[in-house]
Design a protein around this ligand. Structure first.
Ligand code: ADP
Ligand code: MG
Length: 301
């Protein structure tokens, strides 16, 4: 697999106003492959946003280096290419709106690339389709819901044809409906359009949808792996002040109560299926085997 983003012993030190030095990233090594969907989690101040800003050269390393498709972000001649390859979406959708209609807003990036109008029109159309917002092209962005605004912001990034999209808590200001909209858009862009996605989030059920979860603490990566594996580390996550996804919590509690469901369930569908199976088994008075001990399911219900 081609490595698209690479941080090598990346250290970032901020000068604070009081003249003190704050080590926000401490020797971080991370590789993200083309086509991956990686979630970055960690409590406030753990260094997530600082790391994200290194991926499109909004910040440059104090020590170590960052490579985007092999290009060192600290080399001034690479800046333009790096910025075009890695698109950023931020938390507040209102701060990202630049125009008075949705289509003008999405066209803003490609216009700045100096593309001919016909090419811009094609890209705007494609991008609006990709986030399922074609019907709103003439609407005023300010009148859209939060979830729709974030989808327009994502379309604006896609219209630049980046290889990678980095989203820094894009759902933090949205209601649950808006969060679902944005997450399913991100998932589709990754699965169907081949975009590499880096999603910073404090919602563990969102992180659970990624292929890999990276956990940060104190400017370092302290845990990473597939969500199923990471979210089994309940004690460690608790010590890091992080939750586990609600579905995984429920699965764990059901298991502790003797239900034969997978303790590492990540999706509602998966858990519902397991419960339905257990329920059907109970009706026929079947007995389930779990972890070496035999449980009469009828007794559990
Ligand atoms: P996160 O996104 O995980 O909340 P950040 O990357 O924003 O973490 O911040 C990491 C650390 O760097 C925090 O201690 C934060 O206060 C500090 N920090 C972030 N931005 C600046 C800045 N511009 N100047 C000084 N310190 C900063
Ligand atoms: Mg942050």
């Amino acid at each position: 697999m081609e490595v698209l983003l690479r941080a090598e012993r990346l250290t970032h030190v901020y000068e604070t106003r009081g003249g003190e030095q704050l080590r926000a990233l401490d020797c971080v090594d991370l590789e993200i492959g083309a086509g991956e969907f990686v979630a970055i989690v960690g409590r406030n101040g753990s260094g997530k946003s600082t790391l994200a800003k290194h991926f499109n050269a909004l910040l440059l390393p104090t020590e170590g280096r960052v490579l985007v498709a092999g290009l060192d972000t600290a080399v001034p001649e690479h800046l333009w290419t790096v910025r075009q390859m890695v698109g950023m979406v931020f938390q507040n959708p209102d701060n990202q709106i630049v125009a008075t209609t949705v289509e003008e807003d999405v066209a803003f990036g490609p216009e700045n690339l100096g593309l001919p109008p016909a090419e811009i029109a094609v890209r705007v159309e494609e991008a609006l389709q990709a986030v399922d917002m074609e019907a709103y092209r003439k609407h005023a962005p300010h009148h859209l819901s939060g979830g729709q605004k974030q989808r327009v912001a994502i379309a604006g990034v896609i219209a630049m044809r980046p290889r990678c999209i980095v989203l820094d808590e894009p759902t933090a200001m949205l209601d649950p409906g808006g969060r679902r909209e944005v997450l399913s858009t991100i998932g589709r862009l990754n699965r169907e359009e081949g975009h590499t996605v880096v999603l910073i989030t404090h919602f563990m059920e969102e992180a659970a949808q990624a292929g890999r979860v990276v956990v940060m603490e104190g400017g370092r990566i302290v845990l990473q792996g597939p969500p199923r594996q990471v979210f089994q580390e309940t004690e460690r996550l608790r010590a890091l002040h992080l939750d586990i996804p609600p579905v995984t919590q429920l699965a764990g509690r059901l298991r502790a109560a003797g239900w034969p469901v997978p303790g590492d369930a990540l999706t509602v569908e998966e858990l519902v299926e397991a419960i339905a199976g257990a329920w059907a088994g109970r009706g026929r008075g079947r007995v389930a085997e779990q972890g070496g001990k035999t449980v009469e399911q009828g007794r559990l219900l």
